[in-house]
Structures are given as C-alpha cells and as structure tokens.
Write a protein of this length. Structure first.
Length: 67
C-alpha cells in the first residue's frame, strides 16, 4: 500500500496543480477533521461526475476517423 502524500509533499511538488495547492493551503487553516470530511465529499462528487460523463460518452455511436 502506498503512503498518502503529506501536505508539504504536495505544496513543494512542481507537478502539483495550482488548484490542488490552493485547495490544500485553504484546508490547512481549517479544522483538520472538517477539511478532510469536505475533501472526501468533493472527491466523491467529482468521481460521480466523471462516471456520469464516461457513461454518456459510452452511449455515443462510434466514429471512424476524423470528419
């Protein structure tokens, strides 16, 4: 099992997106339990959104090449 990254790992990683860095900085000044619960809620909502988009895309008729 891979260990979860620590906040400073993500804040100092040049590959971290601006959105992740800003969200993390905002969360670090909050109650850690509240911030973690909210982050889990956002992650679940984004995963459901991605699943919905993939399901919609799967219903599209296949295309052959560029039109």
């Amino acid at each position: 099992m891979t260990e979860a990254p620590r906040p400073n790992d993500l804040l100092n990683d040049p590959a971290s997106s601006r959105w992740v860095i800003e969200a993390l900085r905002s969360a670090l000044v909050r109650d850690p339990i509240d911030a973690a619960n909210d982050a889990e809620l956002v992650a679940a909502a984004l995963a459901a959104h991605a699943a919905d988009l993939l399901a919609q895309a799967a219903k599209l008729p296949p295309t052959r090449g560029l039109r």
